[in-house]
Design a binder for this molecule. Structure first.
Ligand SMILES: Nc1nc(=O)c2c([nH]1)NC[C@@H]1CN(c3ccc(C(=O)N[C@@H](CCC(=O)O)C(=O)O)cc3)C=[N+]21
Length: 291
């Protein structure tokens, strides 16, 4: 084992401590706590776990948490009217609609209905456009957290080769934009990319966000590279076990011998996502309050 393990859990705890200070200052200055509304439609067990953890950490950080649980059969119109209410509610600074939504709801429509200034997920097309154009906006949580982890391992990424595996709107595309803004040379790779292993071997920074358990093997990695594993995949349980193991998109045991620094799963990008959600909520609260 040679790589430095990037401790996302510890870095996230540091971010949350900073957010707690900012939250206390906000509350003292404004006479109210910053508020985050989390909307969960349906009862997907994994989503329930994530949402419960968001609510708990929001409160621990000194912010107000407004939970909205709607049945799976909620209509798109009803969800749109909830979003409209939250947009108009002065005590709500951030709105997060947990994804994925049930199939009968067009998630693009819902996201576009959120006030971009309250879009703490950074998924509204206005925020995506702002990120692309280098304008102030709200940056998606997982990409922001991934970038903070990259910077913890390499303070200056200017001129380095970065390869992003995956081109999703949630992760791949915004991570690519953030790396580009920091002057990396960015290649966006995906399922149709020719010779992925050879391309990855050229990466000083490799971000894996494809959602395929342990797809990236040790021999895909350039010696000394920084590897950010965004994947969170639950494997089938082994006989006699109730829950399967949580693994990333990178074969960690192989990669750790080759990389210079690598994020583990769990304890890497996951905790950073939630910490960045709290950070974004305070950013949104301050901007809405005019400073
Ligand atoms: N609108 C929206 N925004 C999201 O940000 C969003 C979402 N929908 N839907 C689901 C995904 C998933 N997600 C995670 C956040 C934290 C962990 C996390 O903290 N994971 C722990 C382990 C958790 C475990 O043990 O299961 C870790 O990696 O160490 C994981 C996954 C946010 N998501």
């Amino acid at each position: 084992m040679s790589a430095t393990i990037i401790d996302g859990k510890a870095i996230a705890a540091g971010l949350r401590a900073q957010a707690a200070e900012d939250a206390a200052r906000f509350a003292a200055e404004r006479g109210r706590k910053a508020g985050l509304a989390v909307v969960l439609v349906g009862n997907d067990p994994a989503s329930e776990v994530y949402v419960a953890s968001k609510v708990k950490l929001t409160r621990e950080t000194g912010m107000e948490s407004f939970g909205h649980r709607l049945p799976a059969e909620t209509s798109e119109a009803d969800l749109l009217s909830l979003v409209a209410r939250l947009n108009a509610d002065e005590s709500v600074d951030g709105i997060l609609v947990q994804l994925p939504l049930p199939g009968h709801i067009d998630s693009g429509r819902i996201i576009e209905a959120i006030d971009p200034r309250k879009d703490v997920d950074g998924l509204h097309p206005e925020n995506a456009g702002r990120l692309m154009n280098g304008l102030q906006g709200l940056v998606p949580c997982t990409p922001l957290g991934s970038m903070i982890l990259v910077e913890s391992a390499v303070p200056d990424i200017s001129g380095l080769n970065a390869v992003v595996l995956g081109r999703s709107v949630l992760v791949g595309k915004p991570v690519g934009q953030l790396l580009l803004a920091a002057n990396a040379t960015v290649t966006m790779a995906h399922s149709r990319t020719a010779d992925l292993p050879a391309l990855c071997r050229n990466a000083d920074i490799l971000v894996a966000a494809v959602g395929r358990p342990e797809m990236v093997r040790g021999d895909w990695i350039k010696p000394g590279a920084v590897v950010i594993d965004v994947g969170i995949n639950r494997l089938a349980p082994e006989p006699g076990r109730e829950k399967g193991r949580l693994v990333g998109d990178v074969a960690f045991a192989e990669a750790v011998d080759v990389a210079g620094a690598i994020t583990p799963v769990p304890g890497g990008v996951g905790p950073m996502t939630i910490a960045c959600l709290l950070k974004n909520t305070l950013t949104a609260a301050r901007r809405r309050a005019g400073g």
